[in-house]
Ligand binder design. Structure first.
Ligand code: PLP
Length: 385
């Protein structure tokens, strides 16, 4: 494989110069965003009033006011298929990372591109992933060919990159890593992951799902987009569903070589999987630093609340670099815990695989996170803790 190594000036992710300059060059207003008031909930479009929906890692502070305004404008032209806004969004993303627009592949949420990549891999062999990761798309993609091969369980719930490298046998056509990982919320060291990707991509394509990258304390350090740029066989998936607060608007993308982008395009609808309002919202939010910083600060505050809350009832949680936390319930069953929380209008996740005593909770609005914390003593009491 030829590895092109242009001088790589690391561009900013969240909170640096490119976003700031992007605001000027793209003519986007920097929205003066404060913590928006909770919208009136409608059970048709979101959680019912009084329900704390903490089970899908959404950012309830979104969409940003600028996104709402642009969605409204775009929806007036909903009679038309998506147009110039798609190449505009592609160029914005490409500009931030110093890549060409051909290296950006869109889908309705990053689930689309993640699934297509797994389908392509499944047609050639098997997909290798850790024991625990966001495996929905790897499972979907290998439904008609190939298998998802998992690493053995790791007691400390981390990803053992050496074991992962050793597990790349001849039948493996894709290695998938979620960083930060879901459901753990923990992040792999950027340099360690970079070294792994460089080595592993000499053998197979490496897919890194960076859905929560913007929520880490050093987004640029933890991302491997620089390796795509340097010519390694690495694909990075990103989404507007998390920090951007646009899960329901379904915009996600992959960053890859032009060859891998052509491979992805051969599976999905490409740009036409997108909708006018979703693209408008993504364009308006991409460089909306005020909104992004507000969201991140609320999420960090919620993490601190949950860490203190679980500690006060004698539990622990893994350190999180995301908008969710993985709580160790000790000897208690996570599915029973989920059900008892649901009886109190607090929706969280149940058991993941064989990790029966670990429970994931998303960082929703602070008042909803408080409902979770307030419910803890009674739920644990009922469970005999
Ligand atoms: C790690 C990870 N990747 C990808 C996704 C898919 O999100 P979307 O299809 O909304 O981009 C999720 C959703 O929760 C996720 O947790």
């Amino acid at each position: 494989m030829t590895i092109i190594r242009p001088a790589f000036s690391r561009r900013m992710f969240l909170g640096g110069t490119a976003a700031a300059s992007g605001i000027v060059t793209l003519g986007l207003p920097l929205a003066a965003t404060s913590a928006a008031a909770a919208p009136t909930p409608s059970p048709d479009y979101g959680p019912a009033p009084g329900v704390a929906k903490l089970n899908a890692n959404e950012n309830p502070y979104g969409p940003s006011p600028s996104a709402i305004k642009e969605m409204y404008e775009a929806s007036k032209l909903g009679a038309y298929y998506v147009g110039a806004s798609v190449p505009m969004l592609k160029s914005m993303i490409a500009e931030r990372y110093g890549i060409s627009p051909e290296q950006v592949s869109f889908s309705a949420g990053s689930s689309g591109v993640l699934t297509y990549i797994a389908m392509a891999a499944g047609a050639k062999g098997n997909v290798l992933g850790p024991d625990l990761f966001w495996d929905t798309t790897a499972r979907m993609g290998t439904r008609h060919g190939g298998e998802l091969v998992r690493l053995p369980k790791n007691e400390d719930l981390s990803i053992d990159l050496d074991a992962m490298y050793d597990a790349i046998t001849d039948d493996i056509s894709l290695v998938q890593i979620t960083n930060p990982n879901n459901p753990q919320g923990t992040v792999l060291d950027g340099e360690a992951l970079r070294a792994f990707c460089k080595k592993a991509s000499q053998k197979v394509t490496v897919l890194v799902d960076e859905a929560y990258n913007e929520l880490t304390d050093k987004p640029e350090y933890y991302s491997v987009i620089d390796l795509v740029k340097e010519g390694y066989d690495v694909i990075v998936a990103r989404t507007f569903s998390k920090i951007y607060g646009l899960a329901g608007m379904r915009v996600g993308y992959a960053i890859s070589s032009p060859e891998n982008a052509a491979m992805i395009a051969s599976y999905g609808l490409g740009d036409y999987a997108l909708n006018q309002a979703g693209v408008a919202a993504a364009v308006a939010s991409y460089n909306d630093l005020g909104f992004l910083e507000m969201s991140k600060s609320k999420i960090v505050e919620a993490r601190e609340m949950v860490a203190a809350g679980v500690k006060s009832v004698g539990l622990t949680a893994l350190p999180s670099s995301t908008n969710f936390m993985f709580v160790n319930l000790g000897s208690l069953n996570a599915e029973t815990f989920r059900q008892k929380m649901a009886q109190r209008n607090v929706l969280i996740r149940g058991i993941y695989g064989s990790y029966t005593n670990w429970s994931r909770v998303s960082m929703g609005r602070l008042e909803h996170v408080q409902m979770y914390i307030d419910a803890l003593p009674a739920v644990l009491d009922e469970m005999g803790a």
